[in-house]
Design a protein around this ligand. Sequence first.
Ligand code: HEC
Length: 294
Amino acid sequence: MKNLKYILYSVAAVSLLYSCTPAGGNYAGKEYMPDMAHSVGFESQSYANYSRNNWDSASVINRKFLSRPLNPAAGTIPRGYAGFSFASPEAYDSIMNILRGGNQLNAIAVPVNGKVPYHYGNTEEERIRASKDIVGNPFPISEAGLAKGKELYDIYCGICHGEKGDGAGYLVRDANPAKGDLGGVYPAAPANFMLDTFYISTNGRFYHAIMYGKNVMGGYAEKLSFEERWQVIHYIRSLQATAKGLAYSASANTLNPSFAVPAAQVKKLATAPPPPPPAPAGGEGSGTKSKSGK
Ligand code: HEC
């Protein structure tokens, strides 16, 4: 009899413990009276959210709405754009629109974290493939962009490739045999962007070099954001154009129109009249149209 009591006690204890099933995966586990113990934070794109909220049968909140991909919260700024001055809400909207791929024929949408995937590997074959595939600059040529590009180029590239892009940066030029681990002699000549081969190569050759570097040149992917890389390339193009007496600016591009669109031209494209609205659905007109179409 005494034993039976202990057995009953232990069965009760075990079943009590068992009822506290552990949490795992998307399952939060069972709890006794969980009300208000958990916030209503939710994961987007998951219907399982709000599983604890059985209060909302009369609610106006639509779970489907909450679980679909949502726009970033107002005021979200992509990585690398913190220093941008947004003069007005309209300026903010128009910049975000450009970053997300609106407004431009050749735009690439930049995710809000500023990371744009690069689908080329760090090999010679991939370098050639990138040079073949990537022709144009996704950003239009703008004055602000060229100024930013110059600033970044002088910091990150000009020290080797030269302020004028002629491959004679001060690290190379001022090599002094009396100083330095390498005997003061720069070990390899940086590319000279004034050579014909760099005039005719597409932007992909430059972008790939920034992403991975080449031989003794290291990559700059971690130092330059997606847009910064492209503004540096704009600036290199402008150096090339200046040397040849050609135009590469916000108003004109006579260097090579397929490399980039001047900002002035982009505005023209954006203000082009919208396409005519589609014919209204239903009615006699559309009926006859679809019949004759078949
Ligand atoms: C420390 C010196 C150094 C710096 C800084 C540097 N480079 Fe280079 N770069 C080189 C050298 C050296 C080469 C030649 C590599 C080779 O061909 O072996 C080169 C080659 C290149 C090439 C030619 C690649 C090809 O396809 O032949 C490009 C384009 C280039 N660099 C762009 C840049 C840009 C843009 C920056 C700045 C973000 C930069 N480099 C910064 C040293 C440098």
